[in-house]
Design a binder for this molecule. Structure first.
Ligand SMILES: [Zn+2]
Length: 230
């Protein structure tokens, strides 16, 4: 019997957490509390569909594209390949050759599965002195890398940065290529650096009606069944 280890890939949602410049900030406010004499505790929430660790649906960039509530449940479970890229320089793009190097070592990227790129940017997420670095100069995917992932027919492509396209991108090629192919995008993931090259992912976004994306709880499963690509 294998003992499964679960790793939470989700940043806690809290006031003051980083958000895309210009997007609504995440706000949690008390509306009922024991301190105020209320019989129960409750908070109101204000947030964006792209707050914190989240998935982008095709509708984010594709007019008339699939919204997050329309994505079938099976898309949120499957194999997970983690591409190490912490040597990426600020505002750079990951070449397709890095994905090919992963495949040479670990097998073809899993069709129908997820691929996450660990740029190491999550180290800035809640860093007391260096937190501002999270919001600028992050690296991203090259158009060629996005095309390769499209050719592999993966289901989800994600990273630990604010966007799958690099900081100074103005054309957002990775968003256009991936979402245009119906591939979901994951952003602001946590703890990718704690994962082996291959494991399994559960990533369940909220079913927001017509949503261009949604916050989610993402979990990596590590067990004995994680040794090979499928
Ligand atoms: Zn997004």
């Amino acid at each position: 019997m294998s003992v499964e280890t679960l790793i939470d890939l989700t940043h806690p949602m809290e006031n003051g957490m980083p958000v895309w410049p210009g997007h609504p900030v995440f706000e949690q406010c008390s509306v009922a509390s024991f301190e105020a004499g209320d019989i129960a505790c409750n908070h109101s929430l204000s947030l964006s569909e792209h707050s914190g660790t989240h998935l982008d649906a095709p509708a984010h960039f594709v007019p008339g594209g699939q919204s997050i509530d329309e994505v079938p449940l099976w898309r949120f479970f499957g194999s997970l390949a983690v591409i190490p890229a912490t040597d990426s320089t600020p505002d750079s793009v990951l070449p397709a050759s890095r994905l090919e190097a992963f495949e040479a070592a670990h097998g073809v990227l899993p069709a129908g599965g997820a691929v996450m790129v660990h740029f190491g940017w999550d180290r800035y997420w809640a860093h007391p002195e260096e937190g501002a670095k999270f919001l600028r100069d992050w690296p991203g995917l090259s158009a060629e890398a996005a095309q390769l992932l499209k050719a592999r027919n993966v289901s989800i492509v994600g990273c630990d940065c604010m966007s799958i396209d690099h900081f100074s991108s103005t054309e957002f090629p990775a968003h256009r290529i991936l979402l245009g192919a119906g591939i979901l995008i994951g952003e602001n993931f946590a703890r990718l650096g704690e994962l082996p090259p291959l494991c399994r992912l559960s990533a369940l976004p909220l079913p927001i009606k017509g949503g261009s994306g949604a916050p989610l709880r993402a979990v990596a499963h590590l067990d004995g069944a994680c040794e090979g690509a499928s």
